[in-house]
Design a protein around this ligand. Structure first.
Ligand code: GDP
Ligand code: MG
Length: 818
């Protein structure tokens, strides 16, 4: 926590001084050092400044300054200190020469990973923190900051994975995000990840970070690619030249990570011999003015306490909007403007170029010079394979067929191969429910377990293998770099819909889950294209809908399974395309953003990364089963179980009308007691809370002949689409506990003689499920990413409307033929 968060009377222990330059120096001289206690005495009347007791004297700080001092509450610190000391004692036995410095109580290092898109930051982050963040071989995979921790050699690393940026200007949302993050969170050490195979461009960002003058380590990642090429890099000398230690690593195998972390500790403890602050040389004409601006900013502590003046000066000269905003309110702004204007004139007169391009040319010049001295051989890496693959994959003739073949293979494996392990799990589930049916005595608990838990969760868990297979394909496409090619070949087609090739990636990802797919639309620069891509994403059939299709197809169309699956997925895509075109025509203006997307070299995903990814998906799915879906199933069960009635509660007229509707076959085959029980169950369900709700909404879906139970399952599906299946499982209870749900759905009801679904209504139901309002998580993603309830409401109403219309049409057309 920060000193400014402490309340009057509380005592904290200083763990770290953030901030910059003169401020740091001043407060440290005043006795603000790590491990010292500080107590809040009182706030000034307007909450600012605040008076503190430090050592034997009192000191007052402004809130904004106190926010730059990191503290820990005394009680917490004492506790942490004793456990840390214990840990140190144990360690010191084995390492007699351990430095005394680590004995300090403060052992937290905040680290931020900064680098170009696609240089392996997230792979590094996952490897270091054991997280399972999304990795992909194209730009723009990571959105927002992800945090993780690691305990290493007595230190706690708080690691943050940031989105990739090419520079630190305020032109794209990612760049702005990273710049603000570095300014506001002031990490202790920055790990600048660069790729060996593309050093020149990567080091541009490094020069900006050097301007920032913050403790830093360069992680030379993908060292395997450099080793394989015939180039030779003397990274030690390069590091000395830049004043930043350079450590080679291979993030997806973990090679070199220990050395990297050791170096981070060294830099943090200010013990690294290579660390020094250099000035990237600029053209003398510009340098002179940067120095002048630098001096002015240094005089204004409100600014220079937070950020490196040189960085600000250079960015100010480049007309960076964010820095401009930071400085406009400062009293020195007019002076700064004056210097810049005169500089601009003299620069454009002498150099015939604007300042921003001169500065970046100087920086690239510096990088080239440094590389010329340290790099031997060319970096023409083994791009041969990439070239060969690309001639086929992005070919005019073969590109589309290859893509379609891959998609076909993906769905074939998902449904066909997946059906074998699915069968095994299915028999396991029915074995368990048979066991419970035999062993437990009748009562509410047995009902809850059998109908609520197994009926709900058991019906859905069988789809785990299908979903894993689907994700394996999607993650392979992303990780190998194929996804970027797909965006490339689809650009033209997407353009016809008024979209962009990049919009295609979220659509393919949507086959897995719409939520990350909607988040991944952040790679799309154009606002309107991004909005359209978000709005059409829910029509892409996600994996949570697979259980519904497999269930109904298995029950009603066993012979034409493939046809129905293909038809459904295609229908989703068609509705998405038509919607996109309509949105572009009636809501958003045309947009002509050029297609700029890096096509990274192909990289074969490591087994380790793939398995890790699979495992995390499986874990997620199981957690969803054990959490959301279990809870939803139990709630649905409870709502259908209460208020509870027994056979004696059934009124005579209900009984009479049920008997009159009952088919002759039931009357002939069942004993009078069994008939009584059937009627009691029917009365129970239709008079439970859920029954009332279902019957109230039922008229809306009556035209498709969906019963009230189906209607309830659709509503419950807003929690998660799998819940549609688990709800059907809870509500359509069979008289044989081990009977599969698919069987129950086509068996005529013993009460009415009608089956829950016919072929036509099953088809209509699948169409409805495909298109109607998405689950809450997706709606939340839509609202978060569009930043407006307007679009969320649109999704809710439009999708449900389309679903109703098309389900209605499907039902009536199907009824003609079947
Ligand atoms: P980010 O965009 O910087 O977060 O990069 P990612 O972590 O998503 O990785 C980009 C791609 O590079 C993925 O396909 C990774 O599997 C791959 N990758 C990451 N580190 C290495 C490495 O050291 N060597 C090789 N060959 N590939 C890597
Ligand atoms: Mg990333």
């Amino acid at each position: 926590m920060r000193l400014s968060d402490l309340k009057p009377g509380q005592t904290g222990v200083i763990t770290k001084i953030l901030g910059h330059g003169a401020f740091r120096k001043r407060v440290m001289e005043m006795g603000f050092v790590r491990g010292r206690e500080i107590r809040v005495i009182l706030n000034a009347p307007l909450q600012d400044p605040v008076k503190y007791a430090l050592m034997d004297y009192e000191v007052s700080l402004r809130r904004s300054e106190a926010a730059l001092v990191e503290v820990e509450l005394l009680e917490i610190w004492k506790h942490a200190a004793t456990s840390a000391d214990l840990a140190m004692e144990c360690r010191e036995e084995s390492e007699p020469d351990a430095d005394p410095i680590p004995l300090r109580k403060d052992k937290i290092i905040n680290v931020a990973l900064v680098g170009n898109p696609n240089c392996g930051k997230t792979s590094m982050f996952n490897m270091v923190s054991g997280a399972h963040e999304h990795v992909g071989n194209y730009a723009g995979v990571t959105v927002g900051a992800k945090e993780g921790t690691l305990k290493y050699k007595g230190y706690r690393f708080n690691i943050v994975d940031l989105p990739g940026t090419y520079s630190l200007s305020a032109y794209s949302p990612e760049e702005l995000y990273v710049m603000r993050y570095l300014r506001e969170e002031t990490p202790d050490v920055i790990i600048n990840v660069v790729v060996a195979s593309n050093l020149e461009r990567n080091l541009y960002l490094t020069t900006e970070l050097i301007d920032m003058n913050r403790p830093m380590v360069i992680d030379l990642n993908m060292f395997d690619e450099l080793k394989r090429s015939n180039a030779n890099l003397d990274y030690d000398s390069l590091g000395k030249m830049l004043g930043v230690p350079i450590i080679p690593t291979i993030a997806n195998t973990g090679w070199g990570i220990d050395k990297l972390l050791d170096t981070v500790i060294d830099v943090f403890e200010m013990k690294n011999p290579d660390t020094r602050h250099i000035h990237v040389p600029l053209n003398p004409e510009i340098e002179r003015n940067v120095t002048a601006i630098n001096r002015v900013i240094k005089g204004d502590h409100a600014i220079s306490d937070h950020f490196s003046p040189r960085f600000l000066a250079i960015k100010f000269m480049e007309h960076d909007p964010e820095v401009e905003k930071m400085l406009t309110d400062a009293p020195c702004y007019p002076t700064l403007m004056q210097i810049r204007e005169s500089a601009q004139k003299s620069v454009s007169a002498k150099l015939k170029e604007d300042m921003a391009s001169t500065i970046s040319a100087d920086k690239y010049g510096f990088i080239q010079g440094a590389l010329a001295e340290t790099m031997e051989g060319s970096i023409v890496k083994d791009e041969k394979t990439t070239k060969i693959i690309d001639t086929f994959v992005t070919n005019k003739l073969f590109g589309f067929p290859i893509f379609l073949a891959i998609m076909w293979l993906m769905f074939w494996c998902t449904f066909e191969l997946g059906s074998y392990p699915m069968g095994w799990i299915e028999s396991l589930v029915s074995w368990i429910s048979g066991l419970i049916g035999r062993l437990m005595t009748d009562g509410p608990l047995k009902d809850l377990l059998l109908d609520g838990v197994i009926g709900g969760v058991g019906g859905v868990i069988v789809f785990l293998p299908n979903i894993l297979i689907l994700y394996a394909f999607i993650s392979f496409m992303e990780d190998s770099g194929y996804m970027a090619r797909v965006a490339f070949i689809m650009d033209k087609l997407m353009h016809k819909m008024g979209l962009h090739g990049k919009s295609f990636i979220p659509l393919v990802m949507g086959f897995g889950c719409n939520v990350p797919a909607i988040m991944s639309t952040r790679i799309i620069e154009s606002k309107s294209s991004r909005l359209i891509t978000i709005l059409i994403n829910p029509f892409i059939s996600c994996s949570a809908r697979i259980p519904i299709y497999v269930l109904l197809v298995g029950a009603f169309f066993p012979a034409h399974g493939a046809l129905v699956f293909v038809g459904l997925y295609l229908l989703g895509v068609i509705v998405a395309v038509v919607t996109a075109q309509m949105l572009r025509k009636f809501w958003f203006k045309a947009d002509e953003t050029p297609f700029v997307m890096e096509l990274p070299p192909y990289r074969i995903p490591t087994m380790r990364a793939t398995l890790r990814n699979m495992w995390s998906k499986a874990e997620q799915y199981l957690r969803k089963m054990g959490g959301l879906i279990l809870v939803a199933s139990v709630i649905i069960w409870a709502l259908s179980y209460f208020p509870h009635y027994t056979a004696t509660d059934v009124p005579a007229d209900f009984r009479a009308s049920a008997l009159s509707e009952m088919p002759a076959s039931t009357l002939a085959s069942q004993t009078p007691e069994q008939i009584d029980e059937l009627i009691a169950t029917e009365y129970q369900q239709s008079h439970s809370i859920l029954g009332h709700v279902g019957k109230f909404v039922e008229p809306v879906v009556r035209p498709m002949e969906f019963g009230w139970k189906t209607c309830v399952s659709l509503i419950a599906g807003s929690a998660a689409k799998e819940v549609v299946v688990s709800t059907l499982g809870v509500l359509y209870v069979g008289d044989d506990d081990a009977e599969a749900l698919s069987q129950r759905l086509k068996t005529p009801s013993k009460i009415t003689g009608e089956p829950p679904f016919t072929q036509a209504s099953a088809l209509a139901f699948m169409v409805f499920v495909l298109l109607y309002f998405p689950c809450i998580a997706t709606l939340a993603a839509v609202s978060r990413e569009t930043g407006s309830w307007k679009y969320t409401l649109f999704t809710l109403l439009y999708n449900t409307g389309i679903a109703w219309v098309l389900a209605f049409a499907t039902f009536h057309i199907a009824a003609l033929f079947i």
